[in-house]
Each structure stands twice: as C-alpha cells, then as structure tokens.
Design a protein around this ligand. Structure first.
Ligand SMILES: [Ca+2]
Ligand SMILES: [Ca+2]
Length: 332
C-alpha cells in the first residue's frame, strides 16, 4: 500500500515537471521577448488655399500588435486625436511662420513612437487669398450694384462705356476712410463696401472696382504696390493685346469721354494690355503709382488670362511688363 502511494506521488511530480517544462517557452515569451515599439509615420496635405491641412497617419504601424492611439501636437498650441485629422492654422500671423507637427502613436501594450514634420505659412499668401475672396463678383449684391451703375446708352455686351460707368459711380460716390489701426492691410469684400455706402481705403476701392467689372463680364486684377515709405492698391481691367486697333479705339473713347489726350496701360511681357483703374485722376487710364508691384491678384484661379494659383503668384514677386501710354488718335 505504501509502495503504491509512493508510486502515485512520484507520478504526480513527474507530471508537474513535464507541465512546467512545457510552460517554459511561454513564460520566456511573455517575460523576455520585448514588445516591439510602433512606427510613427504620417503624410500632410494642404487642402485649403493656404491654412488648412489634412494629416494622415495611415502609414504608421506596430510590428507585433496594433496602434491604439494617435496624438497630434500641431505646433500652434493645438492637440488633436485620431488617425486622420484636419487642421486650420491661424490667419493673423505677421511673418512667415513654421509649425512643427508631432505625431505620437501608442501601441496596444502602451509603447509610443513619434514622427515630426514642419510646415510654413506665408502671411502674404493669406493676404492674396483674402483679396481674392474679397473680390466677390459672384454675389447678388455686387452684381446688382454693377448693374445699377450702367447707363442706358451703354446697353449691350460688355464694353468700355460700361467700365467707365462703374468707375464713375465708384469714384464720384467714394468716401475715403482708413482701416482700423494695427497696420493690417485687410480688404473689405466688395459686397460689404457696397452695403456700407462706398466707404473705405484704397484697397477697398480697388476690390470694389475689380469685383464690379468682373460682375458684368470683364477680366480684372488687383495690384498691391509699395515704395520705401508707403503702400497702395489699385485695380486694372484687361484691355486687349498691345498694338491692336481695338486698343486705340478704347483709348479714343476714354479721351473723348473725359476730355483728355492720353491713357495709361500696363503691358505684360506676353503683350496683354491692362487699363489702369487707379483713382489719382478723375478718369480710368490715369498715370500709374510709382511703386514696386508686390502682388498681382486675380479674382479667379483659372481662366484665360493667367491660371495662377496663390503659390505660383507668390513665387514671382518680380513682375514683368511695362507702363505705356496711348494718345488720342484724333478720330471721332
Ligand atoms: Ca508593439
Ligand atoms: Ca481696407
């Protein structure tokens, strides 16, 4: 009987030993094999005109598990969570600002990894977008305003008489009022300037003219120019190819209508002639402001004249072209 008990006891110990030996690899796996850290990777893509970005961490992974959390430090004080996020940066920067974006991923066992990228935002690009959005020729207010400027005798398809009608209305009814302090060169949308009774400063006037003429079928652009001591803005309207008889006809119309002998244009390097709509003189086609042209901003991003985007526009701060004048031909 005692022998039998000893046999049973020995059997139990052997079984326990076998079980322990079999557990060793599992115990080793659990205790000694490390949890591999995750890998953080992300892509960034600008989805707004200037300020809005999409960040996507789909390329992040964990080699021996899965990622359970994505944390984004966006470099401007904001923190967001999720595999894909969209973020819009502040529009009130005064100089080129670089933001450092840090993605931190956490795997299913709590290990983390990070990746960083930098993006830069140029306040001039913000300005370009603001001006373009301000030239809101597509609004009912701006369109209706432009219509009310047109005199019945200039009825018909888009013509120089209609451009002069709009210019006259804006010029004669304009009340000059400064922007708020702070040096912010912030154009007001044309529709708001109309609602406010045609008041504002030079950039507001330029925006209003550009938008109103666009609203009746013209092609316009906004020029921001600077000297050492001052800045100015004015609009131009596309007048045709330099050297053509239609440009002379246009010149003659303006000369006769306003009793002048000379009209000023800007001719681009490709031969496109633009009529100056600045307000220094009492008529369209007056002399040009003598400042360096820092921005030429079109109310649209594609089209016949210049398919510029915000960015290619900024890349070429040195603009070609020249100022030229045409004289009255004497023909009626
Ligand atoms: Ca892991
Ligand atoms: Ca303004």
């Amino acid at each position: 009987m005692k022998h039998l008990l000893q046999q049973q006891s020995g059997f139990r110990w052997r079984c326990l030993g076998i079980v322990l030996v079999m557990l060793v690899p599992f115990l080793l796996a659990g205790c000694l094999m490390p949890n591999e850290p995750p890998v953080a990777r992300f892509t960034s893509e600008r989805i707004g005109e200037v300020l809005t970005f999409r960040f996507d961490a789909a390329a992040s992974y964990d080699p021996d598990g899965f990622i359970q959390a994505y944390r984004w430090d966006l470099g401007d004080g904001s923190v967001k969570f999720g595999q894909v996020i969209i973020h819009t940066y502040p529009d009130d920067i005064k100089e080129v600002t670089t933001y450092r974006i840090t993605l931190t991923v956490t795997d299913n066992k709590g290990k983390t990894a990070s990746a960083t990228q930098e993006i830069s935002i140029d306040p001039r690009a913000i300005f370009v977008v603001k001006v373009r959005n301000a030239m809101d020729y597509w609004t009912t207010v701006t369109r209706n305003f432009a219509l009310t400027c047109i005199r019945p005798e200039n009825s018909g398809s888009y013509n120089i008489g209609q451009i002069c009608d709009i210019w006259d209305t804006c010029f004669e009814h304009w009340t000059y009022v400064n922007d708020p302090p702070g040096g912010v060169f912030e154009p007001t949308p044309a529709s708001e300037t109309i609602s406010a009774g045609l008041r504002g400063d030079c950039d507001d006037f330029a925006v209003l003219l550009a938008a109103s003429i666009m609203a009746i079928g013209g092609g316009t652009r906004f020029i921001a120019a600077y000297t050492q001591t001052s800045g100015h803005a004015y609009a131009e309207v596309y007048a045709g190819l330099w050297g053509t008889s239609s440009l002379q006809s246009l010149t003659d119309y303006i000369c006769l209508r306003y009793g002048i002998t000379k009209v000023w244009y800007w001719v681009d390097d490709n031969g496109d002639a633009w009529l100056n709509l600045d307000w220094w003189e009492y008529h369209p086609g007056g002399r040009y402001y003598e400042g360096t042209r820092a921005h030429i901003i079109y109310p649209w991003t594609d089209g016949r004249f210049h398919p510029v985007s915000v960015w290619t526009g900024l890349d070429s701060l040195e603009f070609g072209g020249r100022v030229v004048s045409l004289s009255y031909s004497g023909a009626d």
